[in-house]
Design a protein around this ligand. Structure first.
Ligand code: AHM
Ligand code: MG
Length: 333
């Protein structure tokens, strides 16, 4: 079948057929996530048309103002995946605690971690946003998921992906066998295979992506690294700077064109801003599956054991040579 007619449903079913003992439950989680993505995409693209834009006034567990669409996206995933019979728990950037499944619904063997609408402060100015997800196998005993089921090193993730609500809506994911991207064809309401087996260009375009407004709060290693990129004085030559401020958009560009995306620690926030479970670990799995690297500046992200659901971690993700270069500079701190 030509890729242009390969729906995400069919692709996942074909992948599952390669595993004779598969029960279909894992496939169900991914399919439910793709349905939730379509429902969220419908609202995101209408955000300027209907009166659902703007802060709801509530604050999330990080003390940030919650946009209405964040809550909506969270509700959609909890409704579609949480009641779909294949997961026993959901951890979300939007909820302080794990959400378990009411007794009236079936609980399955997986736990998902979600950032339902990352970069949502960009909605008001019509900049791309995204959903980030990962799927973990339940390890604890009993029906309901425990925090420990989500608190597994990134290397244990069964799958990770993101949905990019940009000029088109794209779902990009890995189940540990390469990274594949599907673009939503709104005329038929289906995600169609658009990028099979994505590989991050290496060396790729020399692009660095970081919020330089924090320069004065960086460590000296981080400052010198960005100085090298900014002035083009290293052996790699000159660089371009690109920073949308919406991680899915910045990461997606990095996947397609190469470069390095960074969210370093600062004097005020030594662990940076991005969350291990909802943002960094899923992107790290995708990046490695595409031939890239992901580091906290010293350690491979996927090897780090998370201790808390909402913990943060500095992030250096992208083309291998540039992530290794960043690690060399940060070692000197
Ligand atoms: P959010 O989860 O509250 O939306 O914040 C995460 C976003 C990322 O998408 C992006 O990389 C980062 O915040 C940008 O932060 P900053 O404005 O500090 O550069
Ligand atoms: Mg986020």
């Amino acid at each position: 079948m030509s890729d242009s007619m390969m729906t995400v449903e069919r692709f996942i079913a074909e992948q599952e057929r390669l595993h004779p003992d598969a029960t279909g439950t894992f496939t169900d989680v991914l399919l439910q996530l793709s349905l939730a993505a379509k429902i969220i995409a419908r609202s995101v693209t209408k955000a300027g048309l209907v009166d659902i834009v703007g802060a709801s006034g509530a604050k999330n567990v990080h003390g940030e103002t919650v946009q209405k669409l964040d809550e909506y996206a969270d509700d959609v995933i909890v409704e579609v995946v949480g009641k779909g019979g294949s997961v026993c728990g959901i951890v979300s950037e939007e909820s302080e605690r794990i959400t378990t499944i009411p007794e009236t619904y079936e609980a399955g063997p997986y736990v998902i971690a979600i950032d339902p609408l990352d970069g949502s402060s960009n909605i008001d100015v019509n900049i791309s946003v995204g959903t980030i997800f990962s799927i973990h196998r339940k390890r604890s005993a009993g029906r309901d998921a425990q925090d420990s089921d989500a608190l597994q090193p990134g290397a244990e993730q069964c799958a990770a992906g993101y949905v990019h609500y940009g000029s088109s809506t794209m779902m990009v994911f890995t189940t540990g066998a390469g990274v594949h991207a599907f673009t939503l064809d709104p005329s038929i309401g289906e995600f169609l295979l658009s990028h099979r087996n994505m590989k991050i260009p290496s060396p790729g375009k020399r692009i660095y992506s970081v919020n330089e407004g924090y320069t004065n709060k960086w460590t000296s290693g981080q400052q010198r690294l960005v100085e090298r990129f900014r002035t083009g004085t290293g052996e790699e030559g000159s660089f371009s700077a690109r920073y949308v401020g919406s991680m899915v958009a910045d990461f997606h560009r990095t996947m397609l064109q190469g470069g390095i995306f960074m969210y370093p620690g600062t004097a005020d926030a030594p662990r940076g801003k991005l969350r291990m479970l909802y943002e960094v670990a899923p992107m790290a799995m995708i990046c490695e599956q595409a031939g890239g690297l992901a580091s906290d500046g010293r350690n491979r992200i996927l090897d780090i054991q998370p201790r808390e659901l909402h913990e943060r971690v500095p992030a250096y993700i992208g083309s291998p040579g540039l992530v290794e270069l960043a690690e060399r500079y940060l070692l000197e701190d």
